[in-house]
Design a protein. Sequence first.
Length: 60
Amino acid sequence: MKNFMTEFWNDEEGLQTLEIMLIIAVIVAIALIFRKEIVAWIQKLVGFGNDNIDEFNPQN
């Protein structure tokens, strides 16, 4: 049993997957925490684009 635990602890197979999963989890957590600010920022950007499209005149 001790040998199995030592080999399991030293086995590095799959660590890259774990690291990627942890990074994704942190990004999702940050997005959930700041979702209201992110949504407000995106709405502001879309509104800015819509306002400027109405003023666009390709003939000039």
